[in-house]
Unconditional design. Structure first.
Length: 364
């Protein structure tokens, strides 16, 4: 019995200063705040991510060993594809792939009829193809190891989705609004949500941006989804929001990494995970680091995993796991001997699953 109370004593010893600080800040009206943002596939940056992921899936379906790195820019009804592809694949259907990706998001012909010049029109696309071949040096690198150098971070913490509460709620609300908009004749698909919690995890502010043809009261739906009424709820801060998607804002791949990963809870590692095949490490080692963080979380409160790679080498220059329990930090080195091909196969990244990952990422 004497030993069982030690963890509880450690908890209060470590947490007491923070609780006291939060209490006095609250008394002074200065609560600590945590904020996270989420965006839907209809947001122009995520639309660009999804187009690249969708095309990658089509390439993998033809050749599991394809090497792919394609960035996408979307502005108005113009889609620019730029990058490199190497493999036994047919690129003649790229225009149809882009159109199908937009349709899957919800930007189909019916949507274009409803929104007119307020949104991207799948029937009027102008596609600029700047895709070339992968360089010989990168080809050599992926033959013996990883296709690029980089640093990668995995994170997990106790709670829903094993991510921070503010990020979980921002994603939960965004997903619910996106599903609602898909079935609505009045709501648009370019949706952003933002949640701010105080130090006691109370929802202080919820911010929602969602296109509307006509004003619509979403307060009850938002409160029901969040399970609580925010102290401050802002829906479309400019008053109206009609012009959206790439018509309102140019979209580019890799610009929503804080939304894709862990918000402000952890550093962002590597580049965009949505524009490259598994050999390039940006998706593979970020996802592998996340899986390791979930594994090492176990009975800890929070876990960070830091990995790095080197082009042409399969050995990772560094691999470290850092865990927190009752506020106490523990750091240890990891021994990772798996080759890129083993990790890619373990994660299923030699299969056409990238569009699905882009849709869901860490939300199960």
């Amino acid at each position: 019995m004497r030993y069982e109370i030690i963890p509880f004593l450690m908890f209060f010893i470590v947490r007491l200063p923070r609780c006291l600080r939060a209490f006095f800040l609250c008394k002074k009206g200065k609560q600590m705040k945590k904020t996270a943002e989420a965006v839907s596939l209809g947001h122009p940056d995520k639309t660009a991510d999804y187009i690249s992921s969708y095309i990658l899936d089509r390439m993998i379906a033809q050749d599991e060993q394809v090497k792919y790195a394609v960035e996408v820019m979307v502005k108005d009804n113009t889609v620019v594809l730029g990058g490199e592809i190497k493999g036994n694949v047919d690129l003649s259907n790229l225009e149809e792939f882009v159109k199908n990706a937009l349709r899957e998001i919800g930007y189909d012909e019916l949507y274009a009829d409803r929104w007119g010049n307020y949104a991207i029109d799948v029937r009027r696309l102008n596609i600029i193809n700047l895709i070339g071949k992968q360089s010989s040096e990168i080809t050599q690198g992926v033959a013996t190891g990883w296709g690029d150098q980089g640093v990668f971070v995995g994170y997990a913490c106790k709670g829903d989705g094993l991510i921070s509460k503010e990020q979980y709620l921002a994603r939960l609300l965004n997903n619910a609004l996106y599903i609602k908009a898909r079935g609505s004749k009045n709501l648009g698909l370019d949706i952003k949500t933002q949640i701010t919690l105080n130090d006691f995890d109370h929802i202080e502010t919820a911010v929602v941006a969602i296109p509307m043809l006509e004003p619509e009261n979403l307060t009850f739906f938002i409160v029901k989804t969040l399970g609580a009424m925010p102290d401050n709820l802002i829906i479309n801060g400019t008053g109206t929001f009609k012009t959206h998607s790439s018509v309102a804002d140019c979209g580019v791949t890799g610009r929503k990494l804080a939304c894709d990963f862990y918000g402000t809870s952890a550093p962002i590692g590597g580049g965009s995970p949505w524009t490259k095949d598994g050999s390039k490490a940006d998706v593979t080692l970020n996802l592998y680091a996340r899986n390791l963080a979930v594994q090492y979380l176990a009975d800890n409160d929070e876990c960070f995993v830091y990995l790095s790679s080197c082009i042409g080498r399969f050995e990772l220059p560094s691999a470290v796991v850092k865990t927190f329990k009752y506020g106490i930090c523990n750091v240890q080195k990891l021994q990772i001997t798996k080759r890129p091909s083993e990790i890619i196969e373990e994660l299923g990244l030699n299969k056409p699953i990238f569009a699905k990952l882009c849709q869901k990422w860490f939300i199960k």
